[in-house]
Design a protein around this ligand. Structure first.
Ligand SMILES: [Zn+2]
Length: 161
């Protein structure tokens, strides 16, 4: 018999049933039933178990193997957080990145700089640009749109040259 999914998540972080149940937020008995097959493992249990793995990860890194699917979600979340962390123009903390709507750009809103977009190509060049060039690029992108419109300025790669 193959390990059930919940049990395999618990084994990956080498926790006892009691400790894992506590991190999942379920009674000990519920976890026992889930692992033994007495109860059906539902989506909500899997999600709680993955969360428990993350909680365990911050306390105990020895002898643990964090499952790939959990690592993937955690790293994507951290990446998004890092991007949100500061404005790419002025460096002010708290700039927000709107989820991309499928276009090849990222959108930011900053209290200093307003709302603007950076094309994928321009963003790829970002690390090699001087701060002064970034301010100039934003000013140029803003000058291309009518102030009365709802258009969002878009910084293109040629603005950075
Ligand atoms: Zn800014």
């Amino acid at each position: 018999m193959t390990l059930n999914k919940i049990k395999s998540l618990r084994s990956s972080v080498a926790l006892t049933q009691a400790a894992f149940a506590e991190l999942m937020g379920v009674p000990f008995r519920t976890l026992q039933d889930l692992e033994s097959g007495q109860s059906n493992v539902r989506d909500v249990h899997m999600k709680a178990a993955k969360w428990a793995v993350l909680e365990a990860a911050q306390n105990n890194l020895k002898g643990m193997h964090i499952p790939e699917e959990v690592i993937e979600v955690a790293s994507r979340a951290l990446e998004t957080y890092a991007l949100r962390d500061s404005c790419p123009i002025c460096g002010r903390p708290g700039a927000k990145m709107a989820p991309s709507t499928g276009g090849d750009y990222s959108e930011y809103t900053c209290e200093n700089c307003g709302t603007f977009r950076i094309s994928g190509t321009a963003e790829a060049m970002w690390g090699n640009t001087a701060p002064v060039a970034r301010f100039r690029a934003l000013a140029e992108a803003k000058s291309k749109i009518s102030p009365s419109s709802n258009d969002v300025p878009m910084i293109m790669s040629y603005h950075l040259k």
